[in-house]
Design a protein around this ligand. Sequence first.
Ligand code: PIR
Ligand code: CA
Length: 318
Amino acid sequence: MSTKKIIIDCDPGYDDAVALLLAAGDPSIEVLAITTVAGNQTIGKVTRNALRIAKLTGMDNVTVAMGASRPLLRGEVVVAANIHGESGLDGTTLPEAEFRVDPRPAAQVIVDTVMREPEKTVTLVPIGPLTNIALAARLEPKIVERVKEIVLMGGGCHIGNIRPMAEFNIENDPEAAHIVFEEKWPITMVGLDLTYQALATAEVKARAAQIGTPVGQFLSDVLEQFSKTYKRSKGFDEPPVHDPCAVAYVIDPTVMRTRKAAIHVEYRGEYTSGMTVVDLRKAAPPECHTQVALELDRDRFWTLVLEATERLAQQYKK
Ligand code: PIR
Ligand code: CA
């Protein structure tokens, strides 16, 4: 099996943490870099969380680079403390880690990594606001041709979460999202239509609790905390665990049904700013470079997450 090389651009965050576990524990994935962006919490907090998760999962040697602290044009980042808490991972336990980040900004690390690796071998997996990815595309336009694909968590075709028609990651930096979607790289949008099928059910949480290792305990705590805050803040009985869905698609694209469709980001609308407008009226033309994920094989998805977590009982060695 050939490994898939990815850069995870994240804002951990409970579900980002699960995405990192899945990437660390799946044998088909090689994590080239973890880059951070302000989103669920401020940049300092999410970067600290990323470093600590990297330590827990044995990814100590993976480059971690800090990225944008605010959107391209909008004022401050709108954090999601109501969901992820003041720390971004409230109620969970992680090992302390030195604040050792790459001296380069995230966008530069993305550019350098994509330009260093052979053409069309690196997949970008953004699971936070798209600020770093937009900056990287402007810093070195050649990366657009050079990446294999982008598989992102964000947007949705029929629903929003932060606004009626806007999803949090897109709404936090709609101008950056617009830049990313208008570049002609292949994009798979794993949005809310898909992630609302990735619910942490009682059964999933029971299976996580049974793993019985430090990483298993962390996953279990994350899912329990996420359940509590999603119930309190949004009234959901079971929380949608968004971000690992994007990683799961990289591991095995057949774990979800996707459909090719033109996608544009609305960044000027009075009520629709941050909306991803997906054209599902008819079959997309062959040159269309975007697709949307629509239907998840839930069992296979959770098996990927749980088995990856189990593997991390041993140390991460790849
Ligand atoms: C999840 C997120 C933000 C706000 C809420 N309410 C829930 C984060 C997740 O980390 C995910 O990447 C995306 N944004 C889902 O909208
Ligand atoms: Ca996220």
